[in-house]
Design a protein around this ligand. Sequence first.
Ligand SMILES: [Zn+2]
Length: 165
Amino acid sequence: MNEACAAASAAACAAGTSFAAWTLQIAAADDAILNTHLSAADLSHFAQVLHEREAQLRREILERRQRAANERFTQVASEAPDVEDAALADLVGDLNNAELERDVDELREIEAALGRIEAGSYGICLQCGNPIPRERLEAFPAARYDVRHQEEHEQQLGSAQPPSL
Ligand SMILES: [Zn+2]
């Protein structure tokens, strides 16, 4: 009784106000929670970490986009001062910025991890279904795989291919 009912209230207590709504939602759908090694408070913690990183990445991406667009504008304007505004906009829109791409990739990973928290499959290796150790999640909150299968996927995919969602 105590443990079974504690999930909802513990989640609410641990989450404070900002994450209370969705943690309660998760606790309510407890048959969807597949993992057993993470408590509702753990999930709330990782969701908070992921949300903070998500916000930080969104800011970074906007800044990088702005900076890259400015650099590109300066470059194009000096090379071809007569370039039409439309053509310039195309060039600026077609930014190839490695740092920007990394941020966007990480943001996708973060959003996928938040989706797994909602779905109740967070912290479970997508390959073998084994729990991903808490320490690994602390280091890589968006981890999809345990260490063994992370290495296998990196070998299979190489670094060129974007993660499939
Ligand atoms: Zn695995």
